[in-house]
Design a protein around this ligand. Structure first.
Ligand SMILES: NC(=O)c1ccc[n+]([C@@H]2O[C@H](COP(=O)([O-])OP(=O)(O)OC[C@H]3O[C@@H](n4cnc5c(N)ncnc54)[C@H](O)[C@@H]3O)[C@@H](O)[C@H]2O)c1
Length: 285
């Protein structure tokens, strides 16, 4: 390889437009973390093609991006259905034969089921909502991404896949599998110009985790929940996703980054405001 062909670190260009000219696909891109990712990526110059099962939220998100001067197209559908994923990919690729960014964001811990009460149906539903579409959507867009010259895949899983989680071990297992899928795919895809990384959120205020929100009056507890002394916001996740999607992270692949305000680093220890001591034993399980 001579000096002229050896790939250098890419030029970043305009730091306010980190995804200029790129096509980004986002699942669950209308609300919560996915919604913040769609908006931030569009703000940074990407054309965003997102899919969401909430038709009203999808329309509102596309409209708000357009109003802000960005470019986005909403698709409505449930990514747990393989035919929906196929239709989504066909529609996107017809308009944009290659995509440069893919964010697999859909996932859910509900319905939480204690393992001793869990059933084959609850295991399967955890697989469908947290993993199945990650494989299906990635499979659909990977070859076009490679053929178009490469890109970046960001998988949103959970800090619960990176530490012990007493709530639902099947959920934790699905998220850990998503983290492993991230690492394994990255190793194989590097030579094809595709980077693959993951983010593991914790304590981020969205509709899905409304029990931490202002609506239930838990603000007084936020300070004790994470080492940084606050809960997270969807934008906290979106900024890390932007780093991973853009050339800022051109030499980063195969990593899962906890975006958790330090909860994982804290080892699960937390200060109980009622008991006034460190506790690390979940109650009622
Ligand atoms: N919020 C947190 O604290 C937290 C913590 C750990 C992990 N996560 C993970 O982050 C990701 C995003 O979570 P969130 O909190 O933003 O969730 P959310 O429920 O607030 O938003 C999810 C978005 O995806 C859409 N969606 C849901 N199911 C879908 C489906 N089957 N097909 C298409 N669209 C669908 C929803 O309509 C919504 O717009 C998930 O993978 C979740 O497991 C979140």
């Amino acid at each position: 390889m001579d000096e002229n062909t050896y790939p250098n670190a890419p030029e970043i260009g305009n730091w306010n437009r980190l995804l200029e000219g790129r096509v980004a696909v986002v699942t669950g891109g209308a609300g919560g973390i996915g919604g913040a990712i769609s908006s931030l990526f569009a703000e940074h110059g990407a054309h965003v093609e997102f899919i969401d099962s909430d038709a009203e939220a999808a329309e509102a998100k596309a409209a708000s991006i357009t109003k802000a001067g960005g470019s986005a197209r909403a698709h409505v559908g449930d990514v747990q259905q393989f035919d929906i994923v196929e239709r989504f990919a066909t529609e996107v690729l017809r308009a944009h034969p290659s995509v440069q960014v893919l964010v697999n964001n859909v996932g859910d811990y509900r319905p939480l089921s204690r393992f001793r009460e869990s059933t084959p149906d609850s295991w399967k539903s955890m697989f469908d909502i947290n993993l199945f579409h990650m494989f299906a959507v990635t499979r659909a867009f990977l070859d076009p991404m490679i053929d178009g010259g490469g890109g970046s895949i960001v998988n949103v899983h959970s800090v619960e896949g990176l530490r012990g989680y007493p709530g639902d071990p099947v959920y934790g297992a699905m998220k850990a599998a998503a983290a492993a899928f991230t690492v394994d795919l990255a190793v194989g895809m590097g030579r094809h110009g595709v980077r693959v990384n993951g983010i593991g959120p914790d304590l981020t205020q969205t509709a899905q985790v409304d029990y931490i929100g202002t609506s239930v009056g838990h603000e007084h507890l936020w300070e004790s929940w994470a080492p940084v002394g606050r809960v997270g916001w969807p934008e906290d996740q979106a900024r890390v996703a932007l780093f991973l999607a853009s050339d800022l992270s051109a030499f980063v692949t195969g990593h899962n980054i906890p975006v958790d305000g330090g909860t994982k680093a804290g080892g699960g220890w937390f200060w109980s405001p009622t008991e006034q001591r460190f506790v690390n034993r979940p109650k009622g399980l």
